[in-house]
Design a protein around this ligand. Sequence first.
Ligand code: PHE
Length: 456
Amino acid sequence: MIPNNSGREQWGSRVGFILAAAGSAVGLGNIWRFPYLAGENGGAAFIFVYIFCVLLIGIPVLIAEVLIGRSAHKNPVGSFKSLHPSPFWHSVGGIGVIAGFVILSFYTVVAGWTLGYIYEAINGNLLQYSLPDIAQSHFSELLANAYWNVGLLTAFILLTMGIVYFGVQKGIERGSKIMMPMLFILLLILMIRGLTLEGASKGLEYLFNPDWSKITTGVVLAAMGQAFFSMSLGMGAMLTYGSYMSKKDNLPAASIWIAALDALIAIIAGISIFTVVFATGQNPDVGPSLIFRTLPVVFTKIPGGFYFSILFFIALTLAALTSTVSLLEVVTAYFVDEKGWSRRKAVVVFGFAALLLGVPSALSFNLLADFKFGEFTFFDLSEFLSSNLLLPIGGFFISIFVGWVWGFDKVRNEIRQGAESLFDKHPWLLNYWKFILRFVAPVLIIVILLSSIGII
Ligand code: PHE
């Protein structure tokens, strides 16, 4: 990052921003969460609703969120403070910080599993599972081990803390420039191998041939929550990354790139996994363990599967790390900017606090498996509350703020900077975006939230 004339750091280039933001967006949300949710929610019907949510709500809200950050050059709370005097809006930034913290606590549990799978891959364990059921029983054994879960969670949080502590720039950016393209290529190979399995077409049918009767309000809520989760929206990560962006950059174009990369990687992961599920005659709705039972099967069917599996889990761990870093960075930026803490103190305090909150999530698969809130374990509850409720609520207020509260003359002025020729050529784009932010996004979000809790 290079300092701009106000002294605040900036991304070195437009590509720097796109890569960092895509690093935040692309992660376990695409490769672990998207396939398992699709599997639990009827496959193609879920995917269509998901894409609809990305296009109609996700991209416009992403542009709005990045714009707030780029205009104010601050953390989520500080940005709202500098754009509006009312404490209500400051608390919207505050909810985001809390949501990010909760996501960090359960996300690092799953990220810990991927870290553990690097070890499994190196040991050659993953090459022994030619069928998902066998891979599943190995995974279940690991899950039943509380030490394994808590140990890996701790390791992953320490890794995240180390990077945020020493600066995102050199380590994570450099690392992700190599690992993200590598992850992409490895996923493509997995997809091609999946597609060439006998019986793969049933998987494709499940993914792309929708049975509309499968759409319930629960499915729509899950798809919307996933759109927010996967694009890192509604909690200030994109706002914070936008705060390091230069006003000379074309913000809408960069946002569309991020959304497209994010969705593309999710779909490729979906194809890689469901071709295996159906080619081996399995059920798609096994929940969070889905990738850990299907991927080993493909590794056994690829030449050089041993090296391939090691590289794959290293790349996936790095993709998860670029996301956890953005989560911890939001909390850190808030305490540094607003409370005057040192970066070091903020990272240590909130890293360990996230670990404490993460422990009951890690134990949800073993010691605390029967400790439930309704149907939810502690892990499920953290995941549901933050992703399906807090993120869409954050997105709702971001739309309202940019659509109605900030003052559209100012908004127009801000969004045009760096994108003048785009808006000169297509003036309708601005009106379309404004209409979505004012009416479509907030109404859809509220209707989906209310109907999923049974109010309408
Ligand atoms: N988008 C990340 C993923 O898909 C998760 C995330 C959510 C990161 C919210 C930051 C903020 O894995």
